[in-house]
Design a protein around this ligand. Structure first.
Ligand code: AMP
Ligand code: MG
Length: 319
């Protein structure tokens, strides 16, 4: 049986005993274990049924801690830490050998992040090791944004879920790396490209949507509900095309949708932050309904968090 409570002390004691604990962050819940212990890290892959070529993000309590696990940190990385940590930003940096190869799938870089969640920061401060944590869902499925989502899928596979409420940001961290003097965004997430540009100057966006085994967080098909999801810029047409199905409609802003459909408006007022925080919970809620056959969704406007939300929706869509 998996323990579900809000005790940071309990979470710390499980983790010190090499057990796995799901932790709240501002983005999504993470499935955490001691990042310095290769055997524990292997247990994370097992619980998640995640392919072992998928590198994990290492969660740390402070900016200073980054230097325990990474070296040759470029000045622009420091500026980004100063600006956005704690926050939804993962920095891919040259790893020190103290980080086991299983964490990084053999890459010589490690993804580091200081999450912005009071409970998890307190937990990290109690521990003398960092936490490797991918999202706490079975591989390829929708990421969890509440403790209950984690319980629904990983109950009895892990020691504990630390309940820290609903995740405020709701999409994963933005992943940024540094290649030969260039700053590169590898994954769109809770910080927008504009946010990153303001601090880092020129930024390349190189989202890997191929099937590059080094970065499955960026696989084309990911975050997928079990019902088919279709996405387009023309929602009316999409609804018309799927006329015979019982539909859930995912939309955004001030739109009129026939009330015979199940309408899931990510934000009726057109607020991107609200939309991001609703996205995964809506997908899960729809996926649970027996009275829905298929999901249709409209792309959000291409600005702010719209980029990251569109990225997740298109990966959840039928190919
Ligand atoms: P998550 O699914 O949120 O746990 O994020 C894990 C994703 O972070 C992986 O699938 C990779 O795409 C990315 N990642 C982690 N570490 C690295 C790294 N060293 N280099 C490139 N991408 C990384
Ligand atoms: Mg994930």
């Amino acid at each position: 049986m998996t323990v579900l409570n809000s005790s940071v002390a309990d979470a710390a004691s499980f983790l010190r005993n090499d057990e796995l604990v799901a932790i709240p962050t501002e983005t999504v819940y993470g499935l955490a274990g001691n990042a310095l212990n290769a055997a524990v890290v292997l247990k994370i892959f097992e619980a998640k049924e995640r392919p072992s070529f998928d590198p994990l993000i290492v969660h740390i309590p402070s900016k200073e801690a980054a230097f325990l696990y990474a070296e040759d940190v470029p000045p622009v990385a420091l500026k980004l830490m100063e600006a956005f940590w704690p926050g939804p930003l993962t920095l891919v940096l040259k790893k020190k050998s103290i980080i086991p190869d299983v964490v990084t799938s053999g890459l010589d870089t490690v993804g580091l992040r200081m999450p912005n969640h009071a409970m998890t920061l307190e937990l990290l401060n109690h521990l003398d090791f960092p936490l490797a944590a991918p999202s706490a869902n079975p591989f390829g499925y929708i990421s969890p944004t509440t403790a209950q989502h984690v319980m629904d899928q990983l109950d009895s596979k892990i020691a504990m879920v630390l309940d820290g409420g609903a995740c405020k940001v709701g999409v994963e961290s933005t992943i940024v790396g540094f290649e030969e003097g260039e700053t590169v965004i590898y994954r769109l997430g809770g910080l927008t490209p504009e946010d990153i540009r303001k601090v880092a100057g020129e930024v390349e966006i190189r989202i890997n949507s191929s099937s590059d085994p080094k970065a499955p967080g960026m696989l084309k098909s990911h975050y997928a509900p079990s019902k088919p999801l279709y996405i387009s810029n023309d929602l009316d047409q999409l609804i018309e095309l799927n006329n015979g199905s019982r539909l859930a409609v995912i939309c955004f802003g001030d739109v009129m949708i026939d009330e015979k459909h199940a309408i899931y408006n990510l934000s009726a007022t057109g607020d991107f932050t609200e939309a991001a925080s609703n996205l995964f919970a809506y997908l899960r809620a729809i996926d649970k309904r027996d009275d829905i056959d298929a999901i249709v969704a409209a792309y959000l406007p291409e600005s702010s968090l719209g980029f990251a939300i569109n990225d997740r929706l298109s990966r959840a869509a039928v190919k």
